[in-house]
Ligand binder design. Structure first.
Ligand code: R5P
Length: 312
């Protein structure tokens, strides 16, 4: 397995190109397209026999199509005798369906893990799962990277006076505490409740002091932006001077961008695990690159170096 080969599906070729640029290798050649009957066709256009192969494919929109594309690419690599196949899924959609919290519901995050494994992946590389326990849904090695340093370093350069890091819900508290430690700031926690299975939430309480402070909210993803705008308006009501927001995965579905533009949030800082607006700038939204982190992790996996050491 002396040669490293990186391939991409159609989910986020810009990210795959940025990773290969970081590693100073060409992007592997493959044909990946859909026939008019929606069937996906894949052909790997170069020899991968015994090579160390990686497929970069976040589960961004169209989510289900991108998942199946990845599975078919893994199958193509396996049948082409690749030495090792690593699925690089910077955004693992369906991560929120990770437990049976109502009668007769599936655990789709586990089902997708099984599909990736059965397709033939030997390893998975991902970034900031919705819940770290998703690692355990896989029976193959998983490396979960975090964007925490990338996001924290962005705020460090701003020299924000009197900051408070705000966890947008209880589930993200640990990551928020880690960010607060990096920024030498106190922590506050929003107590959020999701209303049924629709994309609606309400904020019940704020635990911690935010009055007169500059709040930095953190979440794993911003989807419709509902949680974010509730959080921002609650913080403003409770006397926060300014509110910044950050998350790893900018899902930005439905009204998210209009909601962000209309809200008093000063800046929303995200990473490019998911393509946003075809790479064009959007007011208030800062997109930080993930390619150096992913590229470094791929280099370490390929050469047998520690990935954990990147975060020590
Ligand atoms: C859910 O628990 C996640 O951590 C996010 O808070 C959620 O995905 C945000 O969704 P939305 O932007 O639709 O409120």
């Amino acid at each position: 397995m002396d040669e490293l080969k990186i391939f991409t599906g159609n989910a986020h070729p810009q990210l795959a190109r940025a990773v290969t640029k970081y590693l100073d290798i060409p992007l592997g050649e493959a044909e990946v397209f859909q026939f008019s009957n929606d069937n996906i066709f894949v052909r790997i256009l170069e020899n991968v026999r015994s090579r160390d192969t990686f497929v970069i494919q976040p589960f961004s929109r169209p989510v289900n199509q991108n998942i199946v594309e990845l599975l078919i690419m893994i199958d193509a690599l396996k049948r082409a005798s690749a030495g090792r196949i690593t699925a690089v899924v910077p955004y693992y959609s369906y991560g929120r369906t990770d437990k049976k919290d109502q009668p007769r519901v599936p655990i789709t995050a586990r089902l997708i893990a099984d599909l990736i494994t059965v397709a033939g992946a030997d390893r998975l590389l991902s970034v900031d799962f919705h819940a770290a326990q998703i690692q355990g849904f896989f029976n193959i090695p998983v490396d979960e990277l975090t964007a925490l340093d990338i996001l924290s370093n962005h705020f460090k350069t701003k020299n924000i006076k009197d900051p408070v890091v705000v966890a947008t819900d209880i589930g993200i508290t640990k990551r928020a505490r880690d960010m607060a430690a990096r920024l030498n700031a106190p922590l506050a926690i929003m107590e959020k409740r999701r209303l049924g299975n629709i994309d609606k939430t309400e904020t019940l309480n704020v635990i911690g002091e935010v009055k007169g402070k500059t709040a930095i909210t953190i979440d794993d993803e911003i989807d419709t932006g509902g949680s974010l705008i509730n959080t921002v308006s609650t913080l403003v009501e409770r006397g926060a001077r300014e509110v910044y927001a950050c998350c790893t995965h900018p899902v930005f579905s439905g009204p998210a961008i209009e909601r962000i533009n209309a809200s008093p949030v000063k800046e929303v800082v995200v990473t490019d695990t998911i393509p946003v607006n075809n790479g064009n700038k959007i007011d208030k939204i800062t997109i930080l690159p993930m390619a150096p982190l992913l590229g470094e992790a791929i280099h370490r996996i390929h050469t047998g170096m520690s990935v954990g050491a990147m975060f020590e």
